[in-house]
Design a protein around this ligand. Structure first.
Ligand code: OAD
Length: 236
């Protein structure tokens, strides 16, 4: 029998127990950094070195971090389900935990691309390079001679993977939202594409802005919440 399709939408909260700050909780990243400076094309134009240093720091933290139990349970669900992870996170902890189908809606910290290139016009991945945990400095150029920039979707930029994400959500038999405040669109609107009879599970210690009577809110941190969800699915 074909496996049921389980789609996970994850956000910063799933990586919190791996040591990463979320963005909007108290003392979150956006308390310490102005998103206008590090997450917009205008911030990049004003001070590219500051932006590179921010993502260099993130890559360094990522090199030393480990996936947590929540990432691992999501990966283990592939034994029983056809799992797709749609993540807003730019870390690589889902893949390091073993998940095999991942859509990175907001880009990837371990990748770079030329600041002006084919990508802007076409969304092509041809000019995207994997740099692992290396630092990028001013003067580091792509083969087309342009300065390299982080492969991150900044505020005000298109989200090229959103169509692929919508297709996955529309085909889901079970939809799971974990560790996201659902404040950033278009990711925050993805749940609207879930089929009418499909259950939606939310794992978050705080309330989440979603009003849909199919939702079950598991008010726990990601590791405990994914464990609870696994039990619910086993008994369901
Ligand atoms: P937020 O910081 O907006 O939301 C994090 C969510 O995780 C909140 O709902 C918290 O209650 C929850 N949370 C905190 N600790 C948790 C834990 N241990 N387990 C489970 N949940 C926990 O982060 P996102 O929704 O991911 O975009 O933010 C979306 C986007 O905004 C990010 O991708 C980023 C940011 O600007 C870009 O940088 C382009």
């Amino acid at each position: 029998m074909a496996k049921k399709k389980l789609v996970v939408l994850s956000g910063a909260g799933v990586s919190a127990e791996s040591g990463f700050s979320t963005f909007r909780d108290n003392d979150g990243l956006w308390d310490r950094y102005d998103p206008q400076d590090v997450a917009t094309p205008e911030g990049w134009q004003r001070n590219p070195k500051y932006v590179l240093d921010f993502y260099n720091g993130l890559r360094e933290q990522l090199r030393d971090a480990k996936p947590n139990q929540a990432h691992r349970i999501i990966a283990e669900l592939e034994k029983d389900y056809e799992v797709t992870v749609i993540t807003q996170n730019v870390d690589n902890l889902h893949e390091r935990a073993g998940s095999t189908r991942i859509i990175h809606l907001h880009g990837e910290a371990t990748k770079v691309r030329p600041e002006v290139g084919v990508y802007e016009q076409s969304g092509s991945e041809r000019e995207v390079f994997d740099i692992g945990y290396d630092k990028i400095e001013i003067g580091d150029k792509a083969p087309n001679g342009k300065q390299l920039r982080p492969h991150i979707v900044w505020f005000g930029e298109a989200v090229p993977k959103i169509e692929a994400a919508i297709d996955e959500v529309a085909k889901a038999d079970i939809f799971v939202i974990v560790g996201t405040s659902l404040t950033v669109y278009p990711a925050a609107g993805l749940y609207r594409y879930v089929g009418p009879k499909v259950p939606i599970y939310i794992i978050d210690p705080q309330s989440v802005a979603i009003h849909d009577n199919r939702t079950t809110h598991i008010r726990e941190v990601a590791t405990e919440g994914m464990n609870s969800l696994r039990k619910i699915l086993e008994n369901g």
